[in-house]
Design a protein around this ligand. Structure first.
Ligand code: DQA
Length: 157
């Protein structure tokens, strides 16, 4: 059984449109936590799990597509909250499929309890799994799930 050194994991964290406004934006749905606080929480969790993180937020689909392409050879997995692009973007889905890295999809809100247009995710079929509805905790749980998946893959290769 080969063992990947704990430090060798580097995860790309992608935040999609409008998530830069967390804390101000519809706090009844998304909570009071800011994006900086979420990134800080992830940084701390990454240290606990022994992995490095690079986080990027963009309101532009093409920037997110480019970041996904750039993950090849740099990152072992992608944690993504694609925001509204979750429900619209075939381009993001295709980019994730193209790079073929393990992906975990997260949402602060429970998208299945909300409007019908949020019930479909273009990301879900190319993700290992999805965590939705736990507020900022969705990100921590998502990172744990991604690292678990990557370590399991490494131990079976
Ligand atoms: C979201 C859910 C999406 O439907 C919405 O467009 C967002 C945030 C969430 O984290 O709950 O921007 O991804």
């Amino acid at each position: 059984m080969s063992d990947t050194p704990r430090s060798s994991l580097n995860i790309l964290v992608l935040h999609g449109p409008n998530l830069n406004l967390l804390g101000l934006r519809e706090p009844n749905i998304y909570g009071a936590v800011t994006l900086d606080e979420i990134n800080h929480l992830l940084e701390k969790e990454g240290q606990e799990l022994g992995c490095a993180l690079v986080a990027l937020q963009s309101n532009h689909e093409g920037v997110l597509v480019d970041a996904i392409h750039g993950a090849r050879g740099q990152h072992q997995g992608i944690l993504i909250n694609a925001g509204a692009y979750t429900h619209t973007s075939i381009a993001l889905r295709d980019a994730l499929a193209a790079v073929a890295l393990p992906v975990v999809e997260v949402h602060l809100s429970n998208i299945y309890q909300r409007e019908a247009f949020r019930h479909h995710s273009f990301i879900a079929p190319v993700a290992v799994g999805q965590i939705s509805g736990f507020g900022a905790e969705s990100y921590r749980l998502g990172l744990q799930a991604l690292v678990y998946t990557l370590r399991k893959l490494a131990s079976t290769n």
